[in-house]
Every structure is written in C-alpha cells, then in structure tokens.
Design a protein around this ligand. Structure first.
Ligand code: SF4
Length: 490
C-alpha cells in the first residue's frame, strides 16, 4: 500500500477516495482509472467510474481493486469527456455492491452521479424525511441520501442553489465529486474535514482526494477546494467556477489524514504530507526523545517520522543511529486486508523480519504513527526482543487514540481501542516496551501549522467538531433541523 496501510498495521482504515474529471475532447474514463489507481490506498473493496457523453450516463462499478474491477472493454464503454470515480473501503457488515460508488440516479431534470468521502451524522433524519415524501432507497448508505436530496432540490432550483440547499440540510463530513449530466462538481463540507483538491491538465481539470492523483495525470495542483466551497468544472475542460456557499469561523481538517491516511507524496491543505510527518518526528524527539543505540521505523508507516526524529536527535548531538531494522515481505499484504484478531497476530510474523545485526545487543527506539488496538506494537516489541534487542522504546507520532471516528474512518470501537481506558503507563506495560511516549495535540497542531481549533481531533480528545449523538463537541455546533427552515437558505 502506498501509505503503508496493510495487514501488519491493524489500524484505522480510510473509507474512500474520490475523483472527477472534465476534459476538452478525449474520454474521461482512462484518466479517471489512473487517478483511482493513485488513490487505491484509500479504499480496496470496490471501485467505480461514471461518465456522461452529453446525451447519456455510463457507469461501471465493481467489487475489488481498481486493476481487477476494470477491463479494457469496460473503459472503452465509459464514453464521454466528463466523469467521476470512487474507491471504497466499507466498514464491516456492509460489504456489498449496493454500497459501492459512484451512486447514480436519473430523474426529471437529468442524471446524477455521486462519489462521497466522509460520513454524515444526520443521514437517518434526512433519509426518513425523504422516504416519507416517497423517495425509495436502495442502500443504507449516506451517499444515496445526498443524491436524493440533491435530485429533489434540482427540481426546484438551479444547480448552485440546489447544492447549497442540500449542504444546509446534511451534517457531517463530506468531500464529494458529482456529475450532473456532463457537468462535474466538487464540494467540500463547511468544516473541510476530508481533503479535496483541484488540478489542471493540458486539456481540462481534475478534482481529487489527494494531489498524488493529479501528479499521475501529469497535471498541476491548482489549490485545495475550500471548506464550504462548490467548484463547478466547465464542460469541455475550459476552466472552473467557484461558489463559496458556506463559511465557518473554524475548519475541522482531519489531522489523521496527515499523520496516517494520505500518501506521503500528496499535498493536503497546502502541506506536503511527507514533510509534515518528518516534522511530527522532530517534535517527537523534542517532547519525548530518548538516547538509544538505534532508531528505526515500523515500515512503511513510521519511516518519515523516524527520519525526522533521528535528524532532530543528531542535530542536538545525540549519537543515535537511524537504521532500517525491520524488513518487510511485500507479498503478504492482500491476504490479511480484513483479518480477525488471530490472523492479525500471525500477520506480523509473516510480514516483518528483523535484521539481526542492527538489533542484537542494541538499545532500540521503534517509531510508528499510531497505536490502535496494541496488537501490532506488542508483537513488534516481542519480535525485537526475541532478536536480541536489549531495550525497546516506542515513540508514537500522534496522541493516544481514545475514541472512535464518526466521520468516515473505520477506527475500531471504544472497547477495541487500547488507549480508551488505559493510561500511557498501562499501555507500555501491555505492549511490554521499556518506555513509551506519544506526541501531544499541541505538537500535532504546530507540525501542521494550524491552530487546534481548526483541526478535527475527535479520536484523540473524544470531542468532535460535529453534533454526534451521545458525544461531546469541541465547538458551538448543532445539527440542522430537518423539515424546518434550515436548508431553504438560498
Ligand atoms: S475523529 Fe480522528 S480520524 Fe476521524 S475525522 Fe476526526 S481526526 Fe480524523
């Protein structure tokens, strides 16, 4: 996996990647297909593309990896120079084609296709209201809720007003790419929780969850879609129009995108992910550095953190040596994509092997980006000690994960999270490390160059930027009143 997510890392899982393309003449399907390849790390359960040729909508959505989901004939059948794509990693229990995307619906004023990254926290309320008005739903997904709401609003309003009305009614995290006939739109929720950026190609424009997809198409990153902004790509790839539909005092960018999900070679909200991770590593040394013989990353997730950490240590005169002490077997991953606890434990042994000479008789600092259940960390400490490490110290480039995510990340439940009810010392004991320290939320904000008030830190503070039932909020926020006045603001 490009960002290091795999079987040995029993961590949170990003649920989706989205893309949209509008070109002058050539068909959009192939660039969409390549973009989905670039976003494969954001979802491996299903892949789909919807295009429009000016007369008709074409769609191909399949379970599986991008390479397996599309054949040459499928790409050829997806005609038209405008389209969107999606890769998805659903939470357990909803692995079926009816939840795969893009979601499509045809109605009186045209055809809609929708790709969604994120999660609405008031989808049930909106669905109930629409169902009472006669809308028939085919899935339990929140994307269909957005599609029906938008379709309804499009019967009464122009495109921009309709999107604004829908945005006024849905509450939660969403980065969307949408086709309305052959017009491609990009929308980011007013808090800007999930990423979305705009790129320019030789013959058109592209919208994508991460800039790495734009690079794959030899395009130039123009900028991020702003929180609360609607971007409309002009048919024919001539340009794009921007509508700032909502504006909040504070954003709520998911800090975990930078720490964990995104590819290191992507630029998100103006920051190169790789550099942010190195800076987090530097902060980790500042806050919890420890003198050991070697510092080594958990491959691949801890690599950028460990290089920043070692660099900061060496600048301060530490004799710590940066070493790759764990070697990865790259051919194991797929078998264990959604493992049981038992499989997960075995997966670590299959996947990683220590290099004896860099470990034996040495004191070791092992660096990773997070501890979720603690299974992997326990196994790794054990592995290094078995290999002759004198001491194993763990340093984590993020704060302890204490609460679940309601914004579209499959994070594990509170019961599964090792930090939900354990102190750092209790976790250290459980994973049998000689010492353990995490990064503070202050250091995370500093490395991202943002105030904590502009980040979502819900999973590490237990306070969320959205009105989630039964949970605390970190700001003044209430969900829209469905059936009331909210949503008619145009
Ligand atoms: S709760 Fe955590 S993973 Fe979820 S959006 Fe917020 S920061 Fe990201």
């Amino acid at each position: 996996m490009p960002n290091g997510r795999d079987a040995t890392h029993s961590g949170p899982t990003e649920k989706c990647g989205v893309v949209g393309v509008s070109l002058e003449e050539r068909d959009a399907a192939r660039p969409l297909y390549y973009s989905l390849y670039a976003l494969q790390h954001r979802g491996q359960e299903s892949a789909g593309i919807v295009t429009h040729d000016g007369f008709q909508q074409h769609s191909h959505v399949e379970m599986g990896l991008v390479g397996d989901a599309f054949g040459e004939d499928d790409i050829a059948d997806l005609r038209g120079s405008a389209g969107i794509g999606h890769v998805r990693y659903p939470t357990a229990g909803s692995v079926n084609k009816s939840c795969a995307q893009p979601f499509t619906v045809s109605f009186k004023s045209g055809a809609l296709g929708l790709s969604h990254n994120g999660n609405l926290v008031n989808a049930d309320e909106v669905r109930e209201e629409l169902a009472a008005q006669g809308h028939a739903f085919t899935s339990d997904g929140d994307t269909e809720v957005i599609a029906h709401d938008l379709a309804r609003n499009l019967l009464e309003s122009d495109l921009v007003r309709a999107v604004k009305r829908t945005m006024g009614r849905i509450h939660g995290s969403y980065s969307l790419t949408i086709t309305h006939d052959d017009t491609v739109l990009g929308v980011r929720d007013p808090e800007g929780n999930r990423p979305l950026c705009i790129g320019e190609l030789e013959d058109g424009y592209v919208l994508a969850s991460e800039s790495a997809a734009i690079d794959t198409l030899d395009g130039e990153l123009v900028r991020d879609v702003r929180p609360g902004e609607l971007v409309v790509l002009q048919p024919g790839g001539e340009g794009f129009d921007s509508y700032q539909l909502f504006e909040r005092e504070n954003t709520a960018h998911c800090f975990f995108e930078h720490v964990y999900f995104a590819r290191p070679d992507s630029v998100i909200d103006d920051e190169l992910v790789y550099e942010v991770r190195r800076e987090l590593g530097r902060q980790l040394w500042e806050e919890g550095g420890i003198e050991t013989d070697v510092v080594m990353p958990v491959p691949d997730s801890g690599r950028a953190f460990a290089s920043g950490y070692a660099e900061a240590a060496q600048e301060e005169g530490s004799g710590v040596e940066f070493a790759e002490g764990l070697m990865k077997n790259r051919y194991v991953g797929r078998t264990f994509i959604m493992p049981t606890q038992d499989e997960r434990e075995r997966a670590v042994r299959l996947k990683l092997n220590p290099i004896k000479s860099t470990v034996e008789g040495k004191t070791v600092t092992l660096i990773d980006d997070s501890i979720v259940r603690g299974t992997t960390s326990t196994q790794l400490v054990d592995l290094l000690k078995d290999c002759g490490a004198e001491e194993v110290h763990m340093r984590i480039g993020a704060p302890p994960i204490v609460a679940p995510c309601y914004m579209g990340i499959d994070m594990a439940t509170r019961e599964e999270l090792i930090a939900a009810d354990k102190s750092v010392e209790e976790i250290r004991e459980a994973i049998a490390a000689d010492s353990l320290s995490y990064l503070s939320t202050e250091a995370v904000a500093e490395a991202l160059g943002r105030s904590q008030a502009d980040l979502c830190l819900g999973c590490v503070t237990g306070e969320y930027p959205y009105d989630v039932e039964g949970e605390e909020t970190d700001r003044e926020v209430t969900r829209p009143e469905i059936g009331g006045v909210a949503g008619t603001d145009d």
